[in-house]
Ligand binder design. Sequence first.
Ligand SMILES: *Cc1c(COP(=O)(O)O)cnc(C)c1O
Length: 363
Amino acid sequence: MRPVVADYIETLSPYVPGKPIEETEREYGITGAIKLASNENPLGPSPLAIEAIERAARSVHLYPDGTSYHLVRRLAEHMGVVPGEVFVGNGSNEIIELLIRTFTTPDDEAVICQGSFLMYKVALQSHGRRFVEVPMRSGYRYDLPAMAAAVKPRTRLVFLANPDNPTGTAFGKAELEAFLSTVPPEAVIVLDEAYFEYVDWADYPSGLDYFRRWPNLVVLRTYSKIYGLAGVRLGYGVMSAERCGYLNRTRMPFNLSFLAQAAGIAALDDVEHVRTTRETTHRGLRYLERELARLGAQVPKSYANFAFTDLGRSAGPVYEQLLRLGVITRPMNGYGFPNALRISVGPGSQNERLVAALGEVLG
Ligand SMILES: *Cc1c(COP(=O)(O)O)cnc(C)c1O
């Protein structure tokens, strides 16, 4: 008899998200738990986006605009590109799936970085696509020359996260330019910039400066992080109009809800929310880096809104004990880092509570 699913589905490990607050409180019989596990915005959603969602709620009996006309135009204006170069998706995760579906066949291969964002792997495997995982170099950094060397004639897709999740490290302009110049144009290079708004580094390469010179470059961004709209599901990509056109053929007709479109337009105007989020995050990150080092952990410099925390010992028991104290972090064993936790920057008081709890557990 034929198996129910293909082998690549049978062996697929599902993506494990951060543990929800409610579930943690129920399981451990506690209240007042805090979650520093999913890189969410500690200040909550953009207030302008909340207002827009409330207004839009009155029209949800209607199907949304299937082309997201106004949102695409507003994003294009915001980034200084033309609307035909902007693709919007139900979170950037949807776009990752669509890129695989649209630009690869079962004979093609992808190249990814070992220990980087797990969704690339999950999405590739769920489509039955083969992939090569290239190890990081020291300091938890992408090894771009090794990744370029792993690109073969059958490679059609490469995923790069900059800054990386979960390590928070980033690569600079010269590294990216050398990579783009080496990889043949048949391979689509996906540059995932989910955290670019947090980066405070003059050498950080914005994909927008490169996608016209290298038309095989696709830049991904999201509203889930700095805009605090992870629950709305809204991401976008910038790429050649030709590639956008293909994605528009393969996507579902109403991939963005009416509420998401309204929120996305309004959030771009919320300069104040973005500014305070950046400031709060940078302050929290510097505090965490200092305090985690004091507790003996190793934290590579983070360009994002979380601290990759190498405890130098098995992190599983530490994660469990933190849960008992009502502090939810993210264990990294699924990424191949059994000694590490990823700790998202929270509001000031929550960072202090994390440090106190971790001190108690390690002490
Ligand atoms: C959070 C994150 C995303 C965002 O995904 P959405 O589907 O837009 O919520 C994408 N890529 C990376 C590397 C991330 O960390």
